[in-house]
Design a protein around this ligand. Structure first.
Ligand code: 6PG
Length: 497
């Protein structure tokens, strides 16, 4: 009797890995699993859920055993963390011996040409660019895929953003599209499609995460001003976010925010959210997006401000100290409370539009720089379901790119132009009120500054150019002679008025 062969192998049985495996089996695929700490393989296979899958699931206690159990061309998905790696210092190409590199090094001699390695972690796209090329040269096909949606997404349908070697895509497409979330009127459009060559999938996943940072900060700005200007209770906040979630703000993050306000601390009976230390953590994808925006010279100010907001939140002791030394305004909110709540909603919506506009501008700039063909409408659709930023709003973004696939900025689309213009008086009043009351709203404020800068035909950069030329002879161009230049002026000896 020939030994049974499995459709795909997965290494890394942490929460995401386990749930993806069960999801794959539910969709008819036979899966072999491996984990560096092999007791995890046995423990997982002994769970009632894994047991119920019968012979559709098998375990391996080594990479070689895993590889031996797979149908050809083999497909091996890595859901690994650094502790899953064994160092591979002998590999001159991978001196850092990062987790994925080390596993790839171990896998290489076990694989045949045409086999596929998939990295499903949050990997920096430059590593995926490098690995795709390295493996292509050795006849191995590589995919770096974003997988979003956390534990529940992995189990019931994540959003997936694969990029890498296009020859690998047809081999994994049936599995990925089967397990991913579905959207559309008939719930049959998979939130998974080919993103582009090499690191494109991981880049898009990084932007997803950066936009996630922006969404979370904007929701927190709304929370903070409602709580501090109006003194809303958690019950009232629950009601506000409940209402908002029935509107154009309908999204996973608004939904979970609503629910967070209902959860009590089992120990004290008080609201749990009020017991949580106000220091935000970060694993780094938001920082990457911000760093890469700086590299490209594109203004992704929402994610950058959100990263900084997390940074200042983590400075708890200095903040507590400064709060005893530095004063702010003592004014109290005066005005119509219900109207102000409605205005905060408008501020949130308009700022969110700016945040997504920036994310898409950055992806388009990256596509030029790194030579990918990105389909922005399709990316919006992939984010429509399954992932953390899933929202009804993404349908409108898809429509905008359907109307104009080369749309330079979402703000220029008639739907979003109208939405932001309608929101703008309220948005300005919220930022103004926050400033008057001394309540920080970094997301709302930076979004408004972006909007005002972007819609300004003229900015004060003429003065910056003059200063640069004055102290450093850095030269400038003239508005009245656009074809000529650069010009330099001897600012010290020139005749002054
Ligand atoms: C997802 C999430 C996920 C990310 C967490 C934590 O798409 O499922 O983006 O990939 O790791 O959200 O991110 P931070 O720790 O950086 O907030």
């Amino acid at each position: 009797m020939t030994e049974k062969k499995y459709d795909i192998g997965l290494m890394g049985l942490a929460v995401m890995g386990q749930n993806l495996v069960l999801n794959m089996v539910d969709h008819g695929f036979d899966v072999a699993v491996f984990n560096r700490t092999t007791s995890k393989v046995d423990d997982f296979l002994a769970t009632p859920e894994a047991q119920s899958k019968g012979d559709k699931l098998t375990g391996a206690h080594s990479l070689a055993e895993l590889v031996g159990k797979l149908k050809s061309p083999r497909k091996i998905m890595l859901m690994i963390k650094s502790k899953d790696a064994v160092p591979a210092p002998e590999l001159e190409l991978y001196p850092a011996a990062a987790a994925v590199d080390a596993v790839i090094a171990e896998l290489l001699p076990l694989l045949d040409k045409g086999d596929v390695i998939i990295d499903g972690g949050n990997t920096q796209f430059k590593d995926t660019e490098r690995r795709t090329k390295y493996l292509q040269a050795r006849g191995i096909r590589y995919i770096g895929t974003g997988v979003s949606g956390g534990e529940e997404g992995a189990r019931r349908g994540p959003s997936m953003m694969p990029g890498g070697d296009p020859e690998a895509w047809p081999l994994v497409k049936p599995i990925f599209q089967a397990i991913s979330a579905k959207v559309g009127p008939n719930k049959d459009v998979p939130c998974c499609d080919w993103i582009g060559d090499r690191g494109a999938g991981h880049y898009v996943k990084m932007v997803h995460n950066g936009v996630e940072y922006g969404d979370m900060q904007l929701i927190s700005d709304a929370y903070w001003i409602l709580k501090n200007a109006l003194g809303l209770t958690n019950k009232e906040l629950y009601e506000v976010f409940s209402e908002w979630n029935k509107t154009e703000l309908d999204s996973y993050l608004v939904e979970i925010t609503r629910d967070i306000f209902t959860v009590d601390d089992p120990e004290t009976g008080d609201a749990l959210v009020d017991k949580i230390l106000d220091c935000a953590g970060a694993k780094g994808t938001g920082k990457w997006m911000s760093q890469l925006a700086l590299d490209l010279g594109v203004p992704s100010t929402l994610v950058t401000e959100a990263v900084y907001a997390r940074a200042i939140s983590s400075m708890k002791a200095p903040r507590v100290n400064a709060s005893k030394i530095l004063s702010g305004p003592t004014a109290k909110f005066e005005g119509d409370r219900a109207e102000f709540i409605a205005q905060v909603k408008q501020a949130l919506y308009a700022s969110k539009i700016c945040s997504y506009a920036q994310g898409f501008v950055q992806m388009q700039a990256a596509a030029k720089e790194y030579d990918w063909k990105l389909d922005c409408g399709r990316i919006a659709l992939l984010w429509r379901g399954g992932c953390i930023i899933r929202a009804v709003f993404l349908e409108r973004i898809k429509d905008a790119f359907d109307r104009d696939p080369n749309l330079e900025n979402l703000l220029l689309d008639p739907y979003f132009k109208d939405a932001v213009e309608t929101a703008q008086p309220a948005w300005r009043n919220v930022v103004k009120t926050a400033i008057e009351l001394g309540i920080p709203v970094p997301g709302f404020a930076t979004a408004l500054t972006y909007y005002d800068s972007y819609r300004s035909a003229n900015l004060p950069a003429n003065l910056i150019q003059a200063q640069r030329d004055y102290f450093g002879a850095h030269t400038y161009y003239r508005v009245d002679k656009p074809e000529e230049g650069p010009f330099h002026t001897d600012w010290i000896n020139v005749k002054k008025s």
